[in-house]
Design a protein around this ligand. Structure first.
Ligand code: UDP
Length: 257
């Protein structure tokens, strides 16, 4: 077996390797957690395994719904095979409820309903701390064309509808999330596809009954219990099979005449 693989890139939470076929990439999910532009770091045992599974489930369902994504298949506990795309340097955030940076920027109480879902764009640049940008900046600096922005916004709304329903069904409110898109080049054609991952690392997920946070805010805000929260999301999504303890068979009375 070929064990030497070519590493293409190592990010904060993932490593990318060359895939087995041209145009494919292997994504390896690490256990590293970072926040505030990597100023805060920790290793959380098992986080990569859970994110790999949760992201697989979401991307598989989106593929089934006809949403173009880079996802091909999960390979093992920590790795998945994806199509190679040219990442558009934007973080696309969709918000349903005020929280995080939006609450701070506009002085909105965390948890207050928004008049409608809001899409925001951030320029992916660690040195600059991912500044928020408008469509004007995106087209002026040629990060994406007006048609591509249009496609991205339509896809972001469809993803939000799907995810909101998926999480509502398991008692979780989808407060907001971040997604990334890429250009897939296929026989003289270019199209926008959903890339990166969707996991509790890049979503805000609140338990509907208790308002408990089941996402990376537990790490950002030093609340503890991150793994338990991610496990709870995985369990409700049906990814962790609960083995019921079989009732211990009691000795039965045997009648002897
Ligand atoms: N987010 C992310 N990566 C980032 C910034 C934000 O995945 O680099 C996600 C975050 O988990 C949340 C949503 O995008 O679900 C909105 O984040 P926000 O702008 O409120 O920033 P934060 O408060 O996390 O700094």
């Amino acid at each position: 077996m070929n064990t030497k693989r070519t590493r293409i890139y190592e990010g904060k939470a993932k490593i990318l390797y060359e895939g087995p076929e041209p145009g494919t990439i292997i994504v390896h999910y690490k256990d590293d957690a970072t926040a505030f532009n990597a100023q805060k770091k920790a290793v959380i045992d098992g986080k990569g395994v859970l994110n790999n599974r949760i992201s697989e489930l979401i991307f598989t369902r989106l593929n089934e719904l006809g949403m173009p994504t880079h996802f091909l298949k999960r390979l093992n506990m920590r790795e998945q095979l994806v199509r190679e795309v040219e990442i558009i340097p934007l973080e696309v955030v969709v918000r349903n409820v005020a929280a995080g940076s939006l609450s701070k920027r506009l002085g909105l109480e965390e948890g207050s309903a928004l008049p409608r879902s809001i899409i925001e764009f951030y320029y992916k640049n660690d040195q600059l701390g991912d500044p928020m940008v408008s469509e004007e900046h995106i087209t002026a600096f040629n990060w994406a064309s007006p048609q591509e922005i249009d496609d991205i916004m339509h896809m972001a709304i469809r993803i939000n509808d799907f995810l909101s329903g998926l999480f509502l069904g398991i008692g979780i409110k989808l407060v907001d999330f971040k997604v990334e898109f890429g250009r897939l080049y296929e026989n003289d054609m270019v199209r926008i596809v959903l890339a990166d991952e969707i996991s509790p690392d890049c979503c805000r997920l609140w338990d509907i009954k208790t308002q408990d946070k089941l996402d990376k805010d537990r790490f950002r805000r030093d609340m503890g219990g991150l793994m338990e929260a991610y496990q709870e999301v995985a369990r409700r999504l049906g990814l962790i099979i609960e083995v019921e303890q079989p009732e211990r068979s009691r000795p039965k009375l045997v009648k002897t005449d």
